[in-house]
Design a protein around this ligand. Structure first.
Ligand SMILES: Cc1cc2nc3c(=O)[nH]c(=O)nc-3n(C[C@H](O)[C@H](O)[C@H](O)COP(=O)(O)O)c2cc1C
Length: 203
């Protein structure tokens, strides 16, 4: 069966990688090479960050180490484990809460870690992989399992792999897999002269 594709229906053209990215739950059993994983992490490494503070840290588990893979899967919320179990690679994104230079709070740590995550997701797409981000994770378990210090927040998980067939999912998840992708219209997101007015750029 062909893999489900859900290209974004855009109001104006965007790059194919952005258009075609979505968050599947069905993963193929095909493993992901170390080179591909390294390339995804490298893409994150080169994200922009406040004062070049690079607050992101990543915990990575791959199916080539089954015990580590199982331990990481256990850190997903039970509902997410139902689909995440098939993904060969997991990455947990952590954000350092303070600047290394002076110890002051870094109010941009989550933003920058998220920006790095977006680059990783697009790099994965360029390599023919798919990514499903999950905020439904057991942060206490992650902190304990990977000895994450207090100075780091645990932001989210990425389940990464090659896309699989929706038939392998239980019906509830298969339905979500087939559901159309929706977004708010752009004019609801872009503020004009003030909230409630249409931005010139969209007229
Ligand atoms: C930070 C973050 C947390 C998310 N958490 C979950 C999650 O716990 N479980 C899940 O199934 N999907 C999760 N998602 C996926 C979103 O539901 C999905 O990106 C959104 O519905 C848009 O769909 P699309 O990515 O296919 O365009 C998360 C996405 C992000 C960015």
């Amino acid at each position: 069966m062909a893999h489900i594709q859900k290209p974004a229906v855009t109001s104006t053209p965007v790059h194919d990688l952005i258009r075609d990215r979505w968050s599947p739950r069905a993963f193929a059993s095909k493993p992901v090479s170390r080179e591909a994983i390294a390339s995804i992490l490298e893409a994150g490494r080169w994200a922009a960050s406040t004062n070049n503070s690079q607050p992101w840290r990543w915990v990575v588990a791959s199916s080539d180490q089954p015990e580590a893979h199982a331990a990481a899967l256990d850190c997903f919320a039970p509902g997410n484990q139902r689909w995440a179990k098939a993904a060969p690679v997991y990455v947990f994104a952590l954000a350092r809460k303070t600047f290394e230079a002076n110890g002051n709070p870094n109010g941009h740590a989550w933003h920058d870690t998220g920006a790095a995550g977006a680059q990783m997701v697009l790099q994965a797409g360029a390599l023919g992989l798919v990514v499903h981000t999950a905020g439904g994770i057991d942060r206490d378990k992650i902190r304990q399992t990977y000895s994450v210090p207090d100075g780091y927040d645990i932001c989210c998980a990425f389940a990464i792999g090659y896309q699989g067939d929706a038939d392998q999912l239980i019906e509830e998840l298969a339905e979500r897999e087939r559901a159309p992708r929706v977004r708010k219209p752009l004019d609801e997101l872009v503020v004009g002269a003030g909230f409630g007015s249409v931005a010139d750029v969209l007229k």
